[in-house]
Design a protein around this ligand. Structure first.
Ligand SMILES: *[C@@H]1O[C@H](CO)[C@@H](O)[C@H](O)[C@H]1NC(C)=O
Ligand SMILES: *[C@@H]1O[C@H](CO)[C@@H](O)[C@H](O)[C@H]1NC(C)=O
Ligand SMILES: *[C@@H]1O[C@H](CO)[C@@H](O)[C@H](O)[C@H]1NC(C)=O
Ligand SMILES: *[C@@H]1O[C@H](CO)[C@@H](O)[C@H](O)[C@H]1NC(C)=O
Ligand SMILES: *[C@@H]1O[C@H](CO)[C@@H](O)[C@H](O)[C@H]1NC(C)=O
Ligand SMILES: *[C@@H]1O[C@H](CO)[C@@H](O)[C@H](O)[C@H]1NC(C)=O
Ligand SMILES: *[C@@H]1O[C@H](CO)[C@@H](O)[C@H](O)[C@H]1NC(C)=O
Length: 913
């Protein structure tokens, strides 16, 4: 035999010869084909869905598992498998293999698992599997098997055999005893409809535990058909459409077996009569599944034979009525599933469930009435359920919205009920003491109802044990500060979408008694106002959900009385969800002390610039959600701390500003972090500047920020210069005179008043000749004369004219004797013809004659330069600026004026070049 060669020393040579042959015939690629498309890990190769027509030759030699399912194999050649002698598991399901060669198991002596379902296998001969002695698991479902001889006789170790949907005409796979290890036999969907008495005798040495006969239309069961496999524990007959009489016969045949679990889904057991299960009396049946049977009627006493039954499912039926004796005899039953089992009859107006209907079920621990018609709850509906711990009535159907009262659950008084689910049960009101009989209750679901009332607290009397109370999605719950006074052990409280339009800003807070609360859901309530102390004392609170409210105003700095820091009382928060609240500001203190916080969600708000240390205390943060805000800049001052231990970040859909200042740190962080950030390319988009508009932030050129340092220095330098210039200009503008004043004093102190030489001074009798109009004589007398002293003398026409000399001569003479000529300029001076024509003319003459820079103008009022030149032939521009003085409006500037005046008078008269 060729395959013996595998274990002989010349095998490698043999293989080389094959390779050589292939290469010589131009088919070299058939062995070392182009890189295979399979994935390999942990010694398993996955080659599923690759349109392969052969097994790749270049997989690792030591793989133990190979999945070739969903390909185009039409056969399995032993040559393909010789490179992988360690294979334990081979999956060639969903191909077009039509025959199985004995070479397969010879090449793979260790093979334990073989899946050939959904192929075209036809004839299966004795030899085909004769070497598969290691096989434990074999699936040949969905083929067209024709068994020839004893193909399974060699499978001494086989535990699992699936041969569903092979159009077998008989259940018997052989007439010889075989498959001694078999535990599971799958015969579902085959074409036989009779179980003969010796059909399973081939298994009489094995101890079969599970038999699948689903979708087999059994009509006849010969007596003793299960005898050879009486160790059977589980039997599936789902979808077998047997009808009541055949099921009755089936149960009789199962009598005396070890049957434990019987599944009879979709068997057309429309009507359950008293005798159907009689045969099961001598069994230990503990699970019976009667789901989807269109069952309408259950005769009283039908279950009386099933004293050991522990779980019964009657789900998905059309049962119209449960009588007092329907469940009679089910004294061990622990679980009863009536999900969508009961429908209200149109003809029968009475209750669907009679009083005392559950009374026989003293052991029942869990009752499910989900989505069933329940209708009126009688005073004794649940009487007798002395072990009941869980009652699920969620979405059960009632005629109209109802009020539940103290009477409703009075029949549960004798039950140690811990979990009651009333979700979606059309409750519109809860009366006082409704649950007072349920002292052991720990979990109560009241969500998805129409409850519209103020919770006074009386609704929850006696619920000291309740730890979880779910009241989300109700019509309108109003709170009272005593609402939860009777449930002080609450750990979970949900009030999402229930409080719309009601007030939670109560004093004292309704949550005050709940010092053990761990989870509080106040989401979707449009709450706009809470008190700062609302959560005070909730030291155990882990999870706070307040998304979809309207709390933005509370955190505005402009809020009357300052921001409301309502998180102050819950320092141990781990999860905080505040999405969709319209927040555009976060107060600096908002998250103060939350150093256990791990998840913070603030998505869908209007947040833009965040204050520098607002997240500073969030040292444990792992998940941060800030998507869909208006964030432009992600600066390290804000985000370095909260992002330092982050495992997930969501900041997508923000209008990022892609400039060095705003985004450089973030982009660098993203490039190096281990934090998971999904969709960076598509969802993190620059909004500004134009250069990056609509580009991913990852396109931002970080290099452009590298040369920032010299520019930064330059920037600082130039901005400082500009700033100083502005300050100086402003100072000069508003305090220029003062600065000038002190400057002059300084100069004069150090250099002396006059810069004229002593020689110059000696020639003059007066320091200044004062020309003024008649009207200004008063001002001169008051303001100028007092300045005279031994070092300073003025010449005044009226006072100092030389007696006996004509007025003209006197003027000329005095002008000559004066070092300076001082004009007191006012509109009246310009009008005064004497001053104007003569004195001015003469003075100018002297200026030009003597080349003296000796004119000083003192303006008492603002006079236009044009008028000045027109009347006095003088322009401001002709004189040194220190010789033009303005009489100050402000009194405090008068000393400065004097100072300037003295300087002007002390100036040298020599024209300066
Ligand atoms: C298979 O062999 C390779 C080396 O050829 C080795 O690295 C790998 O660990 C082996 N795998 C198993 C599952 O033995
Ligand atoms: C084999 O392939 C089928 C189809 O892809 C898959 O359902 C099955 O889990 C695989 N493994 C085994 C051991 O049958
Ligand atoms: C098993 O069945 C064969 C015939 O099919 C019979 O000869 C044999 O006695 C049976 N063995 C047992 C243990 O029932
Ligand atoms: C009850 O039966 C339904 C099938 O309709 C199933 O979905 C559900 O899980 C079952 N419930 C229990 C508690 O077994
Ligand atoms: C129910 O509560 C009572 C006290 O109210 C207690 O004695 C009893 O043990 C509890 N039953 C269960 C099952 O917890
Ligand atoms: C709630 O009940 C009050 C009367 O108690 C009624 O006026 C109001 O319309 C009800 N609200 C809703 C939404 O049904
Ligand atoms: C990210 O890092 C890689 C190398 O670590 C670097 O080439 C790339 O420029 C960086 N990108 C950004 C946006 O920093």
């Amino acid at each position: 035999m060729v395959f013996k060669a595998i274990s002989t020393p010349w095998f490698p040579l043999h293989l080389r010869l094959i390779v050589l042959c292939c290469s010589l015939t131009g088919q070299f690629h058939c062995i070392t084909s182009a890189k295979n498309p399979c994935q390999v890990f942990n010694g398993a190769a996955y080659c599923s869905h690759q349109s392969l027509s052969e097994i790749p030759a270049d997989l690792p030699w030591n793989i133990t598992s190979l999945d070739m399912s969903h390909n185009r194999l039409v056969k399995i050649s032993y040559l393909w498998l010789t490179p992988y002698p360690d294979l334990l598991s081979l999956n060639v399901s969903f191909n077009s293999i039509s025959s199985l060669h004995s070479g397969l198991c010879q090449t793979l002596p260790l093979l334990q698992t073989l899946n050939i379902e959904h192929n075209q296998l036809y004839e299966l001969k004795t030899e085909a599997l004769s070497h598969c002695t290691s096989l434990i698991w074999l699936n040949m479902a969905n083929n067209k098997l024709k068994l020839q001889g004893e193909p399974f006789s060699a499978l001494q170790n086989l535990k699992y055999l699936e041969v569903a949907k092979n159009k077998f005409k008989y259940a018997a796979l052989s007439s010889q005893p075989q498959l001694p290890s078999l535990k599971y036999l799958g015969l579902a969907g085959n074409d036989f409809n009779t179980l003969k008495s010796d059909d399973f005798s081939f298994l009489n040495h094995s101890s079969l535990q599970v038999l699948n006969l689903s979708s087999v239309s059994l009509q006849t069961l010969e007596s003793g058909c299960f005898k050879p496999i009486s160790s059977l524990r589980t039997l599936f007959l789902d979808g077998s459409k047997m009808g009541t009489p055949v099921i009755s016969k089936l149960c009789a045949e199962l009598s005396g077996t070890e049957i434990n679990y019987l599944s009879l889904k979709r068997t057309e057991l429309v009507s359950l009569t008293t005798t159907v299960f009689t045969g099961l009396q001598k069994t230990n049946l503990s699970i019976l599944d009667l789901t989807w049977n269109n069952m309408e009627k259950i005769e009283e006493g039908s279950f009386q034979w099933l004293a050991k039954l522990q779980a019964l499912s009657l789900a998905e039926n059309n049962i119209k009525h449960l009588h007092k004796d329907t469940f009679q005899g089910l004294k061990s039953l622990k679980t009863l599933n009536l999900t969508r089992a009961l429908t209200k009859s149109k003809t029968h107006s009475g209750p669907v469930i009679d009083n005392f209907a559950f009374q026989p079920l003293g052991s029942l621990e869990s009752l499910t009435l989900r989505e069933s018609a329940v209708g009126e709850i009688g005073a004794h509906m649940f009487t007798g359920l002395t072990s009941l711990r869980e009652l699920d009535m969620s979405w059960s159907k009632y005629g109209s919205p109802r009020t539940i009262t103290e009477e409703t659950f009075v029949s549960l008084g004798g039950s140690p009920l811990t979990k009651l689910n009333l979700r979606g049960t059309a409750i519109k009101q809860i009366g006082p003491g409704t649950f007072s009989a349920l002292r052991n209750l720990t979990i109560l679901h009241l969500d998805h109802n129409f409850i519209n009332q103020t919770l006074s607290g009386q609704e929850f009397t006696n619920l000291f044990q309740v730890q979880e109370l779910y009241m989300s999605r109700n019509q309108k719950l109003s709170l009272h500060f005593d609402s939860f006074a009777n449930v002080p052990n609450l750990r979970v409280l949900t009030l999402g979408k229930s409080l719309t339009g009601t007030h939670v800003d109560l004093d004292p807070s309704p949550f005050k008694p709940l010092s053990k609360l761990k989870i509080l859901d106040l989401s979707n309530n449009n709450i706009a106002n809470v008190r700062e102390d609302m959560l005070d004392g909730l030291l155990d609170l882990d999870v706070l959900l307040i998304q979809h409210n309207n709390l933005a105003r509370l955190w505005k700095s402009a809020n009357l009385g300052g921001p409301v820091l309502f998180l102050k009382g819950v320092p141990n928060l781990v999860t905080l969800v505040m999405d969709s609240n319209g927040f555009d500001e976060i107060p600096l203190e908002a998250f103060k002390g939350l150093n256990h916080l791990q998840t913070l969600s603030l998505s869908n708000n209007l947040l833009d610039s965040l204050k520098d240390s607002v997240f500073e205390d969030l040292l444990s943060l792992q998940v941060l959600q800030l998507q869909k805000n208006l964030i432009t800049a992600v600066r390290p001052q804000v985000f370095r701390t909260p992002m330092s231990h982050l495992s997930e970040l969501f900041m997508n859909k923000n209008p990022f500003d892609c400039t060095c200042d705003s985004i450089l740190w973030f982009v660098t962080w993203l490039n190096t972090t281990n934090t998971s950030v999904s969709d960076i390319r598509d969802q993190y988009i620059c909004n500004t500047p134009l250069l990056y508009f609509n580009h991913s932030i990852m396109d931002f050129d970080t290099q452009s920020c590298k040369d920032m340092t010299p520019f930064q220095a330059l920037y600082i330098l130039s901005s400082t210069a500009v700033l100083m210039l502005m300050v100086t200009a402003l100072l000069v503008r508003f305090h220029g005179w003062r600065i000038h004043f002190y400057w002059n004093i300084l100069i004069n102190r150090t250099l002396g008043f006059s810069d004229a030489t002593a020689d110059e001074d000696r020639g003059y009798e007066y320091d200044a000749y004062i020309i003024h109009s008649e009207e200004d004589a008063d001002w001169v007398e008051r303001r100028m004369i007092p300045l005279e002293n031994e070092r300073c003398r003025f010449c005044l026409e009226d006072r100092d004219s030389i007696p006996g000399m004509s007025q003209l001569e006197s003027i000329v003479d005095n002008l000559r004797k004066s070092k300076k000529i001082l004009f007191v300029v006012t509109e009246s001076l310009l009008r005064d013809p004497w001053c104007r024509r003569f004195k001015a003319h003469h003075a100018l003459h002297q200026v030009i004659e003597a080349s003296r820079d000796c004119v000083v103008l003192v303006f008492l009022e603002d006079v236009h330069d044009y008028k000045l030149s027109h009347s006095l032939f003088l322009r401001r521009g002709m004189l040194r600026s220190s010789c033009i003085l303005d009489w100050p409006v402000h009194k405090e500037r008068i000393p400065a004026f004097h100072q300037k005046l003295l300087i002007a008078l002390g100036m040298t008269n020599q024209l300066q070049q």
